[in-house]
Design a protein around this ligand. Structure first.
Ligand code: DAH
Length: 347
C-alpha cells in the first residue's frame, strides 16, 4: 500500500466489515472478541495498517498516520457504543428473568396444631392444677393387683367383666383404667392428697364410640372430712370451665367397686341448653364421667386410716370429652390422623 487513496479504500472496506459483523453480535463478550480482531495492538487489522507506513512517501506519512488513527477512533467509538447497547439489553433481560410478580398469591404457610385429645388433656390439666391438683402419670403396664385387686375388684369379682382386659401374663396387664394410679399415689403419699392422673388405657373393645386404646383422666382427693358434696362442688366448677358457664351437673346412682356411693355424672347439654337435641339424644343431659366416694376398703388397702380420712375419686374419658366438645361422632376420627379433620379443630 503506497498512498492515501488506497488506505482510505481499505479503511472503508474494514468499516463496512465491522458494521456487517456487528449485526451478528449479541453479547458484550462477543463484541470484545470481535473488537480484538481489529484493534489489538499487535494483531489487530487496523493496527497492522501502521506497518504500511514505511512504503508511503515521506510527505504523505503524517496524513497516513492521522487517517489510521481516525479509523481507530471511529472503531473504538463504534464498539463502545455497541457494547453499551448490548450491556443494557443484557441487563434488561436479566431484570425480566429475575422479575418478581408481587401480585402472585404466596405459597400458603401451614401451621400445625395440637391433636384434639392433647388439647383436651391440656385444658383439663390446666383447670385441675389451677384448683390445686398435682399431676401423676402412671405406667401403661400394670399388675393385676394395682388395676383390680387393690381397687376392691378381686379375681372372681363380677365387675372385672365390665372391662375386657389385655393380659400380658397372669400377673401383668395393660391398664384398663387410670384408677390404677390412685393406689400408687395413696401408697406413696400421706393425705391431704389432690391428684389428677392422665394417660392411655386399653380394653378389648372396638366400635364407633370405643377404641382398644383411649385416654382417661383420673382424679383423687383424700383428706379429713371429704364428702360427696365436695365432689359435686368441684364438678360444678370443672364443667363450667370446660363446657361453658351455663352448664349444670346431675349425679345418678351407679356402681364402681372402688367407690361407695358411686355416681354417674351428667352435664346439662351445652348444645341445646337442656331442651333436647341430637347430641343429648333428646334428654337434655350428657353423661361425662364416673365418680364417687372412695371405698373404705380401697383406703385400707393403701394403708390409709379410713376412720380418719375419706376421699372422692372420678374418672373421665378424654376422647369422649373431645368428641362432645368438637362434634365428632366416631372415635376413629381421632386416631386416623386425617389432616382434613384435625385441621378443623384448633382450640
Ligand atoms: N375407672 C372407671 C372406668 O374406667 C371410671 C371411674 C369411675 C373412675 C368412678 C373413678 C371413679 O375414679 O370414682 O370406667
Amino acid at each position: 500500500m503506497q498512498d492515501l487513496k488506497e488506505l482510505n479504500e481499505v479503511i472503508t472496506a474494514i468499516k463496512e466489515e465491522i458494521r456487517q459483523g456487528a449485526d451478528a453480535l449479541t453479547t458484550s463478550k462477543s463484541v470484545y472478541e470481535f473488537k480484538k480482531t481489529f484493534l489489538d495492538n499487535k494483531q489487530g487489522r487496523i493496527g497492522l495498517l501502521m506497518k504500511e507506513m514505511r512504503n508511503v512517501a515521506n510527505d504523505q506519512k503524517a496524513e497516513f498516520g492521522k487517517t489510521i488513527n481516525g479509523a481507530k477512533e471511529w472503531a473504538n467509538n463504534f464498539f463502545d457504543e455497541l457494547d453499551q447497547k448490548l450491556k443494557e439489553k443484557e441487563q434488561q433481560q436479566r431484570y425480566e428473568s429475575e422479575k418478581i410478580d408481587i401480585t402472585m398469591p404466596p405459597v400458603k404457610i401451614r401451621y400445625g396444631n395440637l391433636h384434639p385429645v392433647t388439647t383436651v388433656r391440656n385444658q383439663l390439666t390446666d383447670i385441675f392444677t389451677s384448683m390445686g391438683f398435682e399431676v401423676y402419670e402412671g405406667t401403661e403396664i400394670e399388675t393385676d393387683y394395682y388395676n383390680f385387686t387393690a381397687l376392691n375388684t378381686p379375681q372372681d369379682h363380677p365387675a372385672r367383666d365390665m372391662q375386657d382386659t389385655f393380659y400380658l401374663s397372669p400377673e401383668f396387664l395393660l391398664r384398663t383404667q387410670t384408677s390404677a394410679g390412685q393406689v400408687h399415689v395413696m401408697e406413696a403419699k400421706k393425705p391431704p392428697i389432690k391428684v389428677v392422673s392422665p394417660g392411655k388405657v386399653f380394653r378389648s373393645d372396638d366400635d364407633a364410640t370405643h377404641s382398644p386404646m383411649f385416654s382417661q383422666m383420673e382424679g383423687l382427693v383424700v383428706d379429713e372430712g371429704i364428702t360427696l358434696c365436695d365432689l359435686k362442688g368441684m364438678l360444678d366448677m370443672f364443667v363450667q370451665r370446660i363446657f361453658g358457664e351455663q352448664t349444670k351437673t346431675r349425679l345418678r346412682p351407679s356402681y364402681f367397686p372402688f367407690t361407695e356411693p358411686s355416681v354417674e355424672v351428667d352435664v346439662s347439654c351445652f348444645q341445646c341448653g337442656g331442651k333436647g337435641c341430637r347430641l343429648c339424644k333428646e334428654t337434655g343431659w350428657i353423661e361425662v364421667l364416673g365418680a364417687g366416694v372412695v371405698n373404705k376398703k380401697v383406703l385400707e388397702n393403701c394403708g390409709i386410716d379410713s376412720n380418719k380420712y375419706s376421699g372422692f375419686a372420678f374418672g373421665l374419658g378424654l376422647e369422649r370429652i373431645a368428641m362432645l366438645k368438637y362434634g365428632i361422632n366416631n372415635i376413629k376420627m381421632l386416631f386416623e390422623s386425617d389432616l382434613r379433620v384435625l385441621d378443623q379443630i384448633d382450640d
